[in-house]
Design a protein around this ligand. Structure first.
Ligand code: N01
Length: 549
């Protein structure tokens, strides 16, 4: 291996600057260095891990099965790590990422405790200049964002009146402190019942004197059915990694299983009930991956939605609380959630549920939360209110491309986000977004999507070097076509019928539009490969004054 090379282009500090040392940035650094590109990663935290570094809230755990939720590019690396359970907790995942950083010797090319404030493309020099929080700036030929879809710089704290007067402590699940937060003997409030809220509520309830959950939208959730992994299973996956990895890469959602080939409506109600019962028992994402038309056919979707509602009714003893917990949106059109004792938690005497759709939160007071009908006194308030997803992590930085146009102007002035493959955007040459908006990204087992984007990007930069090209940039036409395709795919599903962070609806004033590509990981990979094989179709590659489209 050769590390810390000199940049190819004179006058730049590095060939590549990468933001973020999570799954994406770490692998990007590894591949770029292997390919001989001088690379620096800029990371806000004082350690690696990205979202897993920041999301330390009690109960945080992965909702993809551990044996598939890691790097699979190296069998050697894969075989050296052994997961303890099916859905490990955040500290174990963070240990894994630290292990990978050590094993790949990544740290010496990561600048920690530093934020990227701005990234500007210099058209005269064809270089990117990044302005950092320590007051310095660095330059590179290529600028690669590994900030991810949901990052620390884009946590969503709703604009509630009066938060500054709250006398207790408050936290956001995505920016949790490094020390243990003590809930013992405390009156705790949790706002939000998405994936983070559903994970943290049962854990906080065990410690708090009283927990009040402020729920705006009731959620579908299925049991994770977490359990320790058997040695035999772990060994099986290790021994068959190439084959399993192949299946994961070809699949729609990055997991080595295929959904049924029949509609939910092809089965009788009894058959369907049996399918759903088995999936419920199996836990995790099994129910979500049963019938392929759950997200395209309202009637099919209703069968799964009704099944989960019937389970909620069975689990929650107080009928009034059960009624408040009944979700009504199309199952799966918000992120499908899995839990450990979520609905059971509402049977505890120290837990109460407040419907803030009925009586919205009016303000945060010195003593707690006041909804439109009463005040709830609290010692600790937890915001499980999510993120300004997909575009937020990028738009929090001042990114400027050609003619000084900001990414914010481009995406907010247009009726929607526009990218090519979710990887690049016209007017921003030599900039790549790992799992960017309009890529399949979070709609599956994300490390598989990350590996694909990182590998494609590294191959692209090697092609640029081999062919002596200076810039690569999506064409307007290719980008319009891609964005149109993403919108059309989304319109053909039930996703667009639900308000969620997938459509930007969770952030006040954010332009609406489905923010991911729905064609699935495998088909997307094939498409990206075809584009590269055709000499980067849809991109303009230029060297000096020569442009090749
Ligand atoms: O955030 P969310 P999250 N007043 O946006 C509510 C990933 N993740 O952090 O639904 C009252 O899903 C909001 O209500 P509503 C995963 O991709 C992964 O939980 O908008 N309530 C909702 O209930 C996930 O999808 C893991 O009506 C307000 C909640 O806050 C993504 O992160 C674990 C409100 C926000 O839910 C985000 O999940 C955790 C307001 N003003 C997260 N504003 C893994 O296991 C918002 N809410 C890998």
């Amino acid at each position: 291996m050769s590390f810390s090379q000199q940049p190819i282009k004179t006058g730049t500090d590095f060939d590549c600057l990468v933001i973020g040392a999570g799954f994406s940035g770490m692998y990007m650094l590894h591949l770029l260095r292997e390919a001989g590109f001088s690379t620096r990663v800029i990371e806000k935290g004082d350690g690696v891990g990205g979202a897993w570094y920041w999301s330390r809230y009690p109960g945080a755990r992965c909702d993809s099965e551990s044996v598939y939720y890691n790097y699979t590019f190296s069998e050697e690396l894969y075989n050296e790590w052994t997961w303890s359970s099916r859905f490990p907790e955040q500290p174990e995942i963070l240990r894994y990422l630290n292990f990978a950083a050590d094993r790949l010797d990544l740290r010496r090319d990561i600048q920690f405790n530093t934020e990227v404030r701005a990234a500007h493309f210099d058209e005269d020099e064809n270089i990117w200049r990044l302005h950092l929080s320590d007051g310095t700036s660095v330059t590179a030929t290529y600028f690669i964002s590994g900030v991810g879809c949901l990052s620390i710089n884009a946590t969503n704290i709703p604009n509630f009146k009066g938060l500054e007067q709250f006398e207790g402590d408050w936290y956001h699940t995505g920016a949790w402190p490094h020390h243990k937060v003590n809930f013992r003997g405390k009156r705790v409030g949790v706002i939000g019942t998405g994936s983070s809220g559903v994970q943290t509520i049962p854990v906080i309830a065990q410690e708090a004197e009283h927990l009040t959950v402020f729920q705006r939208t009731p959620q579908y959730s299925v049991p994770a059915n977490n359990h320790p992994l058997e040695e035999e299973f772990i060994q099986y996956v290790k021994n068959h990694l190439p084959e399993i990895r192949g299946k994961m890469r070809e699949s729609l959602g990055g997991l080595p299983f295929a959904p049924f080939e029949r509609s939910a409506l092809d089965d009788t109600p009894e058959e369907r009930r049996k399918v759903y019962e088995e999936a419920w028992e199996k836990g995790g994402s099994a129910l979500f991956f049963t019938y392929p038309d759950l997200l395209t056919n309202e009637e099919s979707n209703t069968t799964a939605s009704e099944f989960i509602r019937s389970k909620i009714k069975e689990i929650v003893k107080d009928p009034e609380t059960a009624e408040k917990l009944m979700p009504t949106y199309y199952y799966g059109t918000k992120r499908a959630i899995m839990d450990t004792n979520y609905f059971e938690t509402y049977n505890r005497d120290n837990v109460s549920l407040v419907d803030v759709k009925k009586a919205p939160i009016a303000e945060i007071t010195a003593k707690g939360v006041r909804t439109e009908d009463r005040e709830y006194e609290l010692d600790v308030l937890v915001f499980a209110t999510g993120y300004d997803g997909m575009t937020g992590p990028l738009l929090k930085m001042d990114i400027r491309g050609r003619d000084g146009e900001t990414l914010k102007q481009k995406w907010e002035n247009g009726a929607h986000v526009r990218t090519y493959l979710g990887l690049t955007t016209a007017g921003f040459p030599n900039m790549f977004m790992i799992t960017g908006p309009e890529s399949p990204s979070v709609l599956g087992n994300v490390p598989v999507a990350i590996e694909q984007h990182v590998e494609w990007t590294a191959d692209c930069l090697k092609h640029m070097r081999e062919t002596g090209m200076d810039t690569i940039e999506a064409t307007q036409e290719a980008e319009e076509e891609w964005s149109r395709k993403c919108r059309e795919m989304a319109e053909a599903t039930l996703y667009t019928k639900t308000e969620s962070w997938y459509t930007g609806a969770n952030i006040e004033g954010k332009p609406r539009g489905f923010l991911m590509y729905l064609g699935g990981y495998g088909p997307y990979r094939e498409l990206c490969d075809e584009i590269a094989e055709k000499g980067y179709e849809g991109f303009a590659l230029a060297s000096g004054s020569n442009t090749v489209v």
